[in-house]
Design a binder for this molecule. Structure first.
Ligand code: G3P
Length: 217
């Protein structure tokens, strides 16, 4: 399973990269705004910087919502760096845009996926990735993991190449459960990734080993 980090924060991206387990980065307009990035040129420069830190797929989301504008914007984003993946919302014009970019060999990530039907349409349109939002479904008392399972079954049935990129991850358990189901990728904030490291028995065991190592001289 591939690990992407879901942030536009350069320090956190560097920290995950230094850990040696990072396969890519996802961003969205909210995450960019959180970092105080604004203006077309600043946004492009930020994506360029991320691409220089991480050698993997970097999702850059279009800000527009009409077919023509998404094509123009997506082509500009794709021109920033070969690793840019154009992130497109799951709307009617978005499905058309996915097909356009797929035909041109430009990678895409279809975002805001909340149903199996949406994921099926995105795969038909040739999306490279689909991003089902696990945590936001859980937030409204709907089983987000169940959606990941449904999409896995559908994609397996027809051998779609589209990769399931589980998004809106809120905890280390989300990551583990996605791995059990067979999501191709998870994109997560740094704390949930680091949460996978933790176990009190590891800490206790290491403290004992360190203490005993001193006796060895
Ligand atoms: O990047 C899309 C997704 O991961 C957003 O997550 O936490 O805002 O629901 P969240």
């Amino acid at each position: 399973m591939k690990f992407f980090i879901d942030t536009a924060n350069l320090e956190q991206i560097k920290e995950a990269q230094d850990l040696g387990i990072l396969d890519g980065v996802t961003t969205n307009p909210s995450l960019m705004a959180k970092e105080g990035i604004s203006g077309a040129e600043a946004i492009k420069q930020h994506y360029k910087t991320i691409c220089e830190i991480v050698d993997g797929d970097i999702s850059a989301e279009v800000l527009s919502t009409t077919y023509e504008e998404m094509i123009k914007e997506g082509e500009e984003l794709a021109a920033i760096h070969p690793n840019i993946v154009v992130k497109i919302p799951m709307i009617k014009d978005g499905v058309k845009a996915l097909k356009y970019f797929s035909d041109k060999g430009i990678k895409t990530n279809c975002t805001l996926i909340f149903s199996a039907g949406q994921a099926l349409l995105a795969a038909k349109a040739g999306a490279t990735y689909v991003s089902p939002f696990l945590g936001r479904l859980d937030d409204i008392s709907t089983d987000g993991l169940n959606l990941i399972e449904e999409i896995r079954t559908i994609y397996n049935n027809y051998m779609y190449d589209t990769e399931i990129l589980a998004a809106s991850i809120r905890s280390p358990m989300h990551i583990i459960n996605c791995a059990k189901i067979g999501a191709d990728v998870i994109t997560s904030p740094l704390p949930s990734i680091l949460g996978l490291l933790k176990h009190p028995l590891t800490d206790l065991g290491l403290a004992q080993f360190v203490a005993d190592a001193k006796k060895l001289g």
